[in-house]
Write a new protein. Sequence first.
Length: 140
Amino acid sequence: MVQSLEALSGAKGRDAVIQVALSADDEESANFFMNVAETLRGYQQKVSPIQEISVYGPLVFARAANGVVLIPLPLDHGIWTERANQRVPMAVSAYKAANPGSKKFEAWVTGTMSKLAKEGMSKLGIQVVEKVVQRVDYIY
């Protein structure tokens, strides 16, 4: 995780990822946050430099130089649960309120998302990019 965050030289808020990762209370949660950091590093290396990272609710948001706000989601298969339906819109609304100029959002998912999850994200103005595991080098 530290190596991935270190690779984001110049990005503000890298400590936000460490702070949220400290909330992990099991190995699976810790691996999730490690993969969040690796997704951020991969985006920086393959697409555009990350400029600023912040955390709202359960989500990490990373504003890139190309204008995209990246939401890294290291999931095998994301589904839209009742909990997601409550927490994700609140997190996105909070981010948008604090960053009113943000227009383009992409959720990078290591695996896939259900049709309902894609629809939920689309309603929030988030484009889902699946199977990024094929674009980013992850340490498993």
